[in-house]
Design a protein around this ligand. Sequence first.
Ligand code: G3I
Ligand code: 9MR
Length: 613
Amino acid sequence: MRSFSTLLLFVIFATTSVFAAKAYHNQVGFLPEASKKLVLEAGTASNVVFKDSNGTEKLSVKPSAIAFWEPAQDSVRLVDFSSLKTPGTYQAYQDNALISHPIIIQAKAWEAVTKASLKFFYFQRSSTALLKENAGIYARAAGHLDTAVQYHSELGKTTGKTFNGAKGWYDAGDYGKYIVNSGITTYTLLKLYEYNKAYFDSLRWNLPESDNATPDILDEIKWNLDWMLTMQDEDGGVFHKLTTKNFSGMVMPEKDKAIRYAIGKTTTATLNFAAVMALAGVVFWKIDNDYAKECVFAASKAFNWAKINPTEYYTQPSDVGTGTYGDSRASDERQWAAVELLRATGDSSSYWTDASTTPIASIPGWSYVAGLATYSIATAPHLFGTIATDAKTALLELADKLKNEADTSAYGISMTSSNFYWGSNSVAANQGMLLLHAYYVSGDTSYLTSAIQLADYLLGRNPLDLSYLTGSGVNSPKFPHHRPSAADNIADPIPGMLVGGPHSSGQDIASCQNVDYTVPNAPAKSFYDNVCSYATNEVAINWNAPFAYLIGSIQALSQNIPVWENLGLPTAPKIGKKKDPHFKRVLRNNRVRIEKTTSQGEVIYFDLQGNRE
Ligand code: G3I
Ligand code: 9MR
C-alpha cells in the first residue's frame, strides 16, 4: 500500500500533467515523407517523446530554443519530428505528460479533406435541390432558381426584360453570385485539375454527376462556368454580380424570395471572365470540345469589350447593399486575360499587345490577380520565351522571401502580422499555392516543404489550436457565418468549409453585440467562432479554392503522381468562326481594327486600345 504522501504526489502529478504545455499541430494528419512539426508552448526544454498506439516510444526530439511569434505575441518552441514516417497513430509526451492530440501519419492523410473542401462547392450550388443521396443530412430544397433575373435599372435595359442566370455557386455565407470572386475561384480549381490531372481524373466525392466519365472536379467547375456564361451581355461585357438588393436574413435558400438582379457591368468582371473562360477552353478542349470553343469564344468577346470599355469600374447603386468586390484597377485583369487567351489560342497579336508584358509576382486575391498571370507565364516558356524567364525570376524571388520567413519563424510558417486581414486563411493558402508554383518551375523541394507548413497551420498548428476547416480535426469552427449552416437546425455546420480566419480589424464587432474578440497586437488570435463574425468566421468560395489547391496538390504530389500533365495546348480555335453580329476583327487600312455594329445598325471602328476611330 503506498503511503499517503506518495499517493498524494501521484495525484498531484497526474492532475498537473493534464495541464501540461500544449502542443499545436496538424490535427488531420501527416504524409509519411512530408515535413512534420509541432509548436510547443514555451515551457521546459525537455525532450518530446512520440509513442505509438501501443505506448512504445518511437522517437525523442529536443525542442528548439524559445522563439517569439509576433502575430500571436507568443514565445514557443518548435519540435521537428519529420523522421517519424511509419504510418500509424502517435501521441506526444513531455516529462511523461500527454501534450498532443492524436498524431496521425498516413499515405492518404489529406485525401479526405481534399474531397471535403471540394464537396463544399456542391453544398454552395444555387438553383438546385441537394438530394439526400449526395448531401446526406444537409439535403435541402432548391433556392434561387434564377431563371428570370431582372436587370438593375442602372443597366439601362428594357423594363421587365429578364434573363436566365441559373446555376453557379453562392459566394460565401450569403446567397450572392459575384463574377470576380467566382472567377478567381473557378480558375484556381481549373489549375488544380490541370496540374494534377491524373490524381483528379479518378477522385470522386459523391456528386450527382459522379457516375459519368467526367472527373468530379470538372463536373463541379462546370456548374459555375455555366452560370458565368449567362452573365455575359450580348455585346461581350459581363455583369458584375447577381444578387438581391440587400443581404437576406439567416434563412435557408428556398426561404429567400427577394427579387434577384444583375447589377453592374464592369471591365474588371469582364476581363476576369475572359481569363477564366480561356483557361476553361484549354482544360475542356479534349473533354468537351464544343464547350471549350464556346468558352474561348466568350473569352475573346469579353476581352474585346474591355478594349472598348477599359475603365468601367463598379460603383454600388444607392439602393443596393450586398457585397461590392469593388476594384478600380484593371491592368492586372487585362494582363491575366491576355496571357490566358494567348495560351488558349496561340494568338499573341490579338491579346498580348494590349497588356503589360512585365510579369509581377504577388499573392493573388480577388482584387489583384497579376500573380495568376505570372504563374501561367512562368510555366509556359514555349509561349512566352524570355518573359517566362522574367516571370520565373520574380516568382522565385517572392517564394524565397516566404521560405526564409518560414525557416526563421517561431511557428515555422511564412505568415507575418501584415498578412492577417479579412480572409487571412486564404492568404496562407495562396502563399502555399505560390510556393507550389516555385516548386514546379525549379524542382526545389524546399518550396514544397514551406507550402506544407501552411497546410499544417490551417489544420491545427496555430495559437488557437483550431483546424480551420469545419468538420475536420479535433477542434474546428462550430458556428461559421454561413446561412445554410445557421438555418438548417443541424448542430454541426456543413463540413469542408475553410473559415476566413483571425485578424484584428474588428469590422464586424457591431454585428456581434459589441463583443470585442480582438487580442491587442495578436492578429493570429483575434478570431470569434460565432455566426455573427463575418469578418473572421465566414466561409467563401475563394477561400476554399486555394485551400483545396494546396492540400489536394500536396496529396497528389506525395503519391508521385506527375504534377505536370500538360493537356496539350489546343490548336488555336478559330475564334470568330461563329458570326457575331455585334463586333468582329477586321483589317482596315491594313491595320487590325474592331468593327462594331451598334443596335441602330451603325458600323463604327475602334483601334485595339479601344479608341474610337
Ligand atoms: O488588402 C488590405 C491590406 O493591405 C491591409 O493591410 C488590410 C488592413 O486591414 O486591409 C486589406 O484589405 C481588406 C480586403 O478585404 C483584403 O482583401 C479590407 O480591409 C477588407 O475590408 C476587405 O474585406 C472584403 C469584405 O468582403 C468586405 O468588403 C473581403 O476581401 C471580401 O472577401 C469580402 O467578400 C464578401 C462579399 O462582399 C460578400 N460575400 C461574402 C464575402 C466574404 O466575406
Ligand atoms: O452576411 C453578410 C456577409 O456575407 C458579408 O461578408 C458581410 C460584409 O459585407 O455582411 C454580412 O451581412 C451583414 C451585414 O453586413 C450587416 N447586418 C448583418 C448582416 C448579416 O450578418
